[in-house]
Design a protein around this ligand. Structure first.
Ligand SMILES: O=C[C@H](O)[C@H](O)[C@H](O)COP(=O)(O)O
Length: 225
């Protein structure tokens, strides 16, 4: 539906899950932006939460809106995390990391009781992989990992920012790979990638998601695992 901001529609549905007293994980990206703004409004109206940010960008935005940020170590465990995704399939599996925040996002998701993914309708796919899979690597190993990924026919491309190498919040590199032609199960691919020394994390989120909220025009459609 033209003119409808589906990212905002999904975000506004997701923040209904956030209640006073909760410890909340805040995702990163243009969809998460609307969720953080909405939580900022709720905080102004008396909502009492503590939040953990999945990126420097999210932390800055949340603080500017008066949301209290604590470290993951202080939180220990989060009640709920709301985050975006680059692709989501029918099995609640995701590709994330288009914005480079996959490492902190995966750590936060792993330490959360209820993970909610919010997305506009363009993110819903029957098969993951049209979006290139981001892989975070230690700079010391990046060039050798690229050669290894080339040998696996994954068409690796090191992410750049302008004419500079892109660096994550953890000061690592990102390599984007093409998994569209991979025949093996995604869990095998994930295991295989994580077994390469120097690969810190991949943007495949296969098991952590509990709820997916996809906006279809003005309607937010929720699916629970
Ligand atoms: O690294 C970035 C995150 O994984 C984002 O949640 C993901 O890229 C989706 O971002 P957006 O909502 O901007 O499409």
């Amino acid at each position: 539906m033209s003119g409808v901001n589906e990212k905002k529609v999904a975000a506004l549905e997701a923040v209904k899950y956030v209640k006073s007293g909760m410890k909340v994980g805040l995702g990163t990206g243009s969809t998460a932006f609307y969720m953080i703004q909405a939580i900022g409004e709720m905080v102004k109206n008396g909502l009492n939460i503590k939040a953990v940010a999945t990126s420097v960008e999210t932390e800055k935005l949340a603080k500017s809106l008066g949301i209290e940020i604590i470290t993951l170590a202080e939180a220990k465990r989060l009640d709920i995390t709301i985050d975006g995704a680059d692709e989501v399939n029918e099995e609640f599996q995701l590709i994330k990391g288009g914005g480079g925040a996959l490492l902190r996002e995966k750590i936060v998701a792993h330490n959360t009781d209820l993970n909610i993914i919010i997305a506009d309708s363009s993110k819903r796919v029957s098969r993951l992989g049209k979006f290139k899979l981001p892989i975070e690597t230690i700079p010391f190993a990046t060039q050798l990992i690229i050669s290894e990924l080339e040998a696996m026919n994954l068409e690796p491309i090191q992410r750049l920012k302008g004419d500079q190498v892109y660096r994550t919040d953890e000061n690592n590199d990102i390599i984007d790979v093409n998994i569209w032609n991979c025949d093996e199960p995604l869990s095998d691919l994930e295991q295989c990638l994580k077994a390469i020394p120097g690969i810190v994390e991949t943007g495949l989120f296969l098991t952590t998601t509990n709820v997916v909220i996809v906006a279809e025009g003005e309607k937010a459609v929720s699916r629970k695992r």
